[in-house]
Unconditional design. Structure first.
Length: 372
């Protein structure tokens, strides 16, 4: 007899696991199917940054709703999830103006800093600083351990099972449920959620076409500073102000965009969001550039890495050694979230804006409210 669960989730990245955590909390039986033997995708190739405050609309609501779940799971599943906040560094009058407008809109969620207050929080170079802002609601998650730890925790919960190394090859939907075909046998479900990020087109190419889905490829690095640095919060810069909707939507952002286009065209040209976070061993995760295509070229660009490294040296006033280089890949489409029926009893769910870590645990309750 084919085993049956109330809910089958395809994909054990952070979005799939967030839906499984929420389903278990509602008393549902859940089976999570993951093609790889461990997490190797976007859920581990990121900054570990819960960037709640800089969002707007649904993303802001999901980020606020999900942050308590991150903090709870950090304790229960055994990984670091901390309320470290974010420091946004302003190195021009235009950047300072964006932060002042942003702060006026958000009140206590955005605390403006003078240059001395910035350098007291993060070890950035003091030359040319115009101040900054501290975003206290933001989180730092131990991204290279969190997904595996949540999957292991889930597998111990009553009614939940996570199967790694179990590739899905098809889904047969019907009015009363669905059968998920895998390389290791079939699984029946009352409902199926397909949470495979940018790989929606592998199972449902027509849906991907209709949604305008493509892949966003990031270049990122892990670097080891020449001198010991202690960095609690995530650190964003002026380019970040043009990437995150709450800051990019200010009227002051237009002047900043014009300044960067005139004086540093290589930054908007590579769609740079220059920022960094610190790993537990002291290394920094630095990024990132953005390139978009349905089927991206497999090659990294050394010039883009050099651009990120030069920006980081200027920001920190120190040298460093590159430890690792990698590409991150996430789904991109118009809008920030893709939630669409894919077949009877089957729904595709992707975060299509690179903010899965921030929004997944708030998105999941909203999806299950609609589905069930």
């Amino acid at each position: 007899m084919t085993p049956r669960s109330d809910l089958v989730i395809v994909g054990a990245g952070v979005v799939g696991l967030a839906h499984a955590v929420e389903a278990v909390a509602r008393g549902l039986s859940v089976t999570v199917l993951e093609r790889d033997e461990r997490a190797v995708g976007a859920s581990v190739r990121n900054f570990g940054h819960g960037c709640v405050t800089a969002q707007t609309g649904d993303a802001l609501a999901y980020g606020r709703r999900g942050r308590d779940t991150w903090l709870r799971l950090g304790k229960e599943a055994g990984f670091a999830a901390d309320q470290t906040g974010t420091v946004v560094v302003a190195r021009s009058a235009e950047e300072r103006a964006v932060l002042e407008e942003f702060g006026a809109q958000r009140g206590d969620e955005v605390q403006l800093l003078d240059p001395a207050q910035v350098t007291a929080r993060v070890p950035v170079a003091a030359d040319g600083l115009h101040g900054g802002a501290f975003l206290p609601l933001d989180l730092r998650v131990e991204q290279r351990r969190a997904v595996a730890a949540i999957a292991a925790w889930l597998d111990e919960q009553p009614g939940a099972e996570v199967r790694f190394g179990c590739p899905v090859v098809g889904i047969d939907g019907a009015a009363d449920g669905a059968v998920v075909r895998t390389g290791r046998g079939d699984v029946a479900a009352g409902q199926v959620l397909v949470c495979v990020g940018h790989d929606v087109d592998r199972l449902f190419p027509d849906l991907a076409d209709e949604a305008g889905l493509r892949r966003c490829v990031l270049q990122m690095l892990q670097v080891r500073p020449d001198r010991p640095l202690s960095v609690g919060p995530a650190v964003l810069t002026g380019t970040s102000m043009l990437r995150y909707s709450a800051m990019a939507g200010t009227t002051a952002a237009a002047a900043l965009r014009d300044k960067l286009t005139r004086e540093r065209p290589e930054l908007p040209g590579a769609v740079v969001n220059h920022m960094f976070t610190q790993l537990p061993d002291g290394d920094l995760v630095v990024g990132d550039t953005h390139a978009y295509d349905r089927t991206p070229e497999p090659w990294s660009s050394e010039s883009l890495d050099d651009l990120l490294l030069a920006e980081t040296r200027a920001l920190l006033g120190t040298g460093f050694t590159v430890v690792r280089r990698w590409q991150g890949v996430y789904a991109d489409a118009p809008g920030e979230f893709l939630i669409r029926p894919a077949a009877p009893a089957t729904t595709a769910v992707s975060v299509t804006s690179g903010i899965g870590m921030t929004t997944a645990f708030g998105l999941a309750p909203a999806v299950l409210d609609r589905l069930l």
